[in-house]
Design a protein around this ligand. Structure first.
Ligand code: C2O
Length: 542
């Protein structure tokens, strides 16, 4: 099924097959996923892990008090000795035979199977997909935990911790954090014989290029001016996806997903962007299999950068919970907490875990992150920039009067790459919950997918030249964010944008309508983007 971060035509065919299957079988919605049986794996791309040998599957015993606390370090600050150890760990992993569940290939396959809806449940034929919804953070936390323990075992060093790629850190002080880390990019490690080398990396990743958290795969020559604006944009993306865009758990973790449910109803802010765009930036669009390795589910875990990338995603989960606001908490729904997965542990045995065992990683999994500054909290904030469209209350009321609601019976096109519409806010305010703008009807047809849609509030003149440093910027959609799982029909694909916190941040909470401007920021409205836009404002519980 879905094998890429992008929607492909073959995905569309599969969607109809899946829907057909769903409608003919019993649905058992509303139960947590039990651990998949590895025998029930079906995938044409070779994702299924080796058939299980039948040995007893152990329950994960939560924590081993003899295990030393491991400190995960930022990859840009590793010393030579640590890089040598890191490289030796992957060397040993690559040397394991494929009959071993821990082997390099089987680790890649395990990710592929879980991330490609390969495991199914005979009870209703529903498939387990750990992307585009609330399973994303916890599953990857476990995957990294076991991967790290396997490497530690091979090194015979229980203190071994996976480094993390601190791409959200836009500091200009060397060594830079927002470039491909030295351990992967230095000549020595760019050498085919290095275990940290991967043949399929995008030319964008060449140092001294810095990361682009809105990557649409274009690599342009990064002049000093361009780098400065990329840094600002990266900070703004981080701030939006972590702070104003994700004030509540449903927006941060994504939509719920239980046994019998439709896979991938919606990724959380961070999963979509920057998690997805970092994959995109790193994979090679010109590889024999396009976007391999990092840009494709099937292959992404074959590039060791995968684990460094996900270390940062995992760290940011913890950072998000510590942000102020009072509503940034873990999910407490029992279907979430009781969802089970199977992993190969450091001894090559299959163990069963529950999401509840992942939440307090310091006490149960015995690892921590080294402290790094989260600069975007201030330098990416709305307050750090001047308004790009200052307007009085009277002017805004006039703007509301002069702006139409969406004509939902039309196919919308972006005239000059923009479209502006108004959406009425609920008349009666709910005291609890977050007001959320839900935009539907962004469909990608055909096999092209380069687009980037940025959203602005009360800024009808925003256009392709508008910078997202404008405080009015409040969301971004690109292909890695749109996929939402290929099993989701177009009619259910939605883009969710937090309003309460944004309107407060702009001090603009007093109007009857919001005025939204969408800008297709690559500048050329692509034919394959079919917009039959719908927009509504709803409340999400805290
Ligand atoms: Cu399962 Cu970043 O991927």
């Amino acid at each position: 099924m879905a094998n890429k971060w992008v929607v492909r035509p073959e995905g569309v065919i599969m969607v109809s097959l899946v829907l057909l299957t769903f409608s003919c079988t019993r649905r058992v919605q509303g139960l947590p996923f039990p651990a998949p049986d590895f025998k029930n794996c079906n995938n044409s791309e070779g994702c299924c892990p080796p058939p299980y040998n039948g040995a007893l599957i152990q329950d994960f015993y939560v924590f081993d008090p003899t295990l030393p606390m491991r400190i995960r370090q930022p990859a840009h600050l590793l010393d030579d000795a640590y890089i040598a150890k890191y490289q030796r760990a992957y060397q040993l992993l690559r040397e394991l035979p494929d009959s071993d569940g821990r082997s390099w290939k089987n680790q890649g396959k395990l990710h592929c199977a879980y991330c490609n809806a390969a495991f199914y449940f005979p009870i209703d034929k529903s498939r387990l997909e750990i992307h585009y919804g609330w399973l994303f953070f916890a599953w990857h936390r476990f995957f990294l935990y076991f991967h790290e323990r396997i490497l530690a075992k091979l090194l015979d060093d229980d203190t071994f911790a996976l480094p993390f790629w601190n791409w959200d850190n836009q500091s200009t002080d060397p060594p830079l954090a927002n470039v491909l880390p030295y351990a992967f990019a230095n000549k020595k490690y760019q050498n085919k014989s290095s275990s940290l080398y991967d043949v399929n990396r995008n030319v964008c990743t060449k140092r001294p290029n810095i990361i682009d958290l809105q990557s649409t795969l274009e690599c342009v020559n990064q002049t000093a001016t361009l780098k400065a604006s990329l840094r600002e944009a990266n900070n703004r993306i981080m701030y939006n996806q972590m702070v104003t865009g994700a004030p509540i758990r449903r927006l941060f973790f994504g939509e719920s997903y239980e046994l019998g449910g439709v896979a991938g109803l919606g990724a959380g802010t961070m999963e979509a962007i920057p998690h997805g765009t970092v994959h995109f930036w790193t994979g090679n669009p010109k590889a024999t299999v396009e976007f391999a390795d990092m840009g494709i589910f099937r292959y992404s875990a074959y590039d060791p950068t995968f684990f460094a990338h996900h270390g940062n995603v995992d760290r940011l989960w913890e950072v998000w919970k510590a942000l102020p606001g009072g509503n940034r908490k873990d999910i407490t729904d029992s279907d979430y907490l009781n969802t089970e997965f199977l992993f190969y542990d450091e001894n090559g045995n299959l163990v069963k875990v529950k999401i509840s065992q992942a939440l307090n990683h310091i006490s149960t999994l015995r690892y921590k992150y080294a402290n790094v500054p989260n600069l975007w909290i201030h330098s990416g904030s709305d307050a750090a920039y001047k308004s790009c469209f200052p307007a009085s209350t009277t002017e805004i009321n006039k703007m509301i009067l002069n702006t139409h609601a969406l004509n939902t019976s039309n196919l919308n096109t972006f005239a000059n790459s923009t479209i502006t519409f108004s959406v009425q806010r609920p008349a009666k305010k709910q005291l609890h919950g977050e007001e959320v703008l839900v935009i539907g009807g962004v469909n990608v047809t055909g096999s092209e997918f380069k687009f980037l849609i940025q959203a602005f509030l009360y800024f009808p003149t925003a256009n392709v030249n508008t910078s997202i440093t404008c405080p009015q910027f409040f969301g971004v959609l690109s292909n890695p964010a749109l996929t939402f799982g290929d099993t989701v029909p177009d009619s259910k694909k939605e883009w969710r944008l937090a309003l309460t916190s944004k309107l407060q941040s702009l001090s603009m909470d007093q109007f009857s309508h919001v005025v939204v401007t969408l800008v297709e920021a690559t500048g050329s409205f692509p034919q394959y983007l079919q917009l039959k836009l719908t927009a509504k404002i709803v409340y999400f519980e805290y």
